[in-house]
Design a protein. Structure first.
Ligand SMILES: [Zn+2]
Length: 230
């Protein structure tokens, strides 16, 4: 029996040490873990540079590097859009802030790159073609007049009838998807981008979405052709 006492003292001493130290240790650990999580969240929510993604799209598809100017221009604007004038690609912060993955950003850029590769600017005589919805109604409703410097808002839609502009968008989605996939990006991201556009739109223009379900038809085309999950 006498030999059981020393372990008991040791056990009590250890327990006291643990009781005193454990909360401190846990608090420290918690702080560290929280810090790591916050850091991870910051890192994972940050997208790669659009320029890096554009370069990957070009090189993996053997496109000439000068097919557009090397830089993607980011424009401060709340609305969601991307566009190209044939020389450069523009994307709004409104869209950029809603994209969650490089794959999604890559699809936006692939779509614009496809417009350039397909010579849409010259063919349509449009000054710019965009990603979201090529419709004057949207342009007029969403954009505060005179605030966008004519970049993304002024898409020259009056030159086109809607059916033709829709065909142009289908073509850019189609080739864009091929460029995107060949560069090793997840094809499902294309659908995710359209979902993001759809989710952002209803509060602003429910009427428009009812009468111009362009995104839905664009999603269906990609889903059917590329066997994606709807
Ligand atoms: Zn487009």
């Amino acid at each position: 029996m006498s030999c059981s006492k020393p372990p008991l003292y040791i056990a009590i001493a250890l327990l006291l040490v643990l009781l005193v130290q454990t909360p401190v240790a846990t608090a420290q650990q918690r702080t560290t873990v929280q810090g790591q999580i916050q850091q991870q969240a910051t890192v994972t929510s940050r997208l790669s540079s659009p320029d890096v993604i554009l370069l990957r799209l070009k090189t993996r598809n053997n496109l000439p590097l000068n097919i557009t100017t090397p830089e993607v221009q980011v424009q401060q604007a709340d609305f969601l859009n991307a566009a190209t004038n044939g020389q450069s690609i523009l994307i709004t912060t409104g869209l950029l802030n809603r994209l969650k993955t490089d794959d999604q950003l890559a699809f936006v850029l692939s779509h614009e790159l496809a417009h350039v590769a397909l010579n849409h600017i010259q063919k349509t005589q449009m000054r710019r073609v965009g990603l979201t919805l090529l419709d004057q109604v949207v342009v007029n409703r969403v954009l505060p007049q005179g605030t966008v410097g004519g970049l993304l808002g002024d898409v020259g839609l009056s030159l086109l009838d809607k059916r033709f502009s829709r065909n142009v968008e289908f073509q850019a989605d189609d080739l864009g998807m091929q460029l995107h996939t060949k560069a090793g990006y997840n094809p499902e991201a294309a659908i995710q981008v359209f979902r993001i556009l759809q989710a952002a739109s209803p509060n602003r223009m429910p009427e428009f979405l009812q009468s111009h379900p362009i995104s839905d038809s664009r999603i269906r085309m990609l889903v059917q052709k590329y066997k994606l999950a709807y």
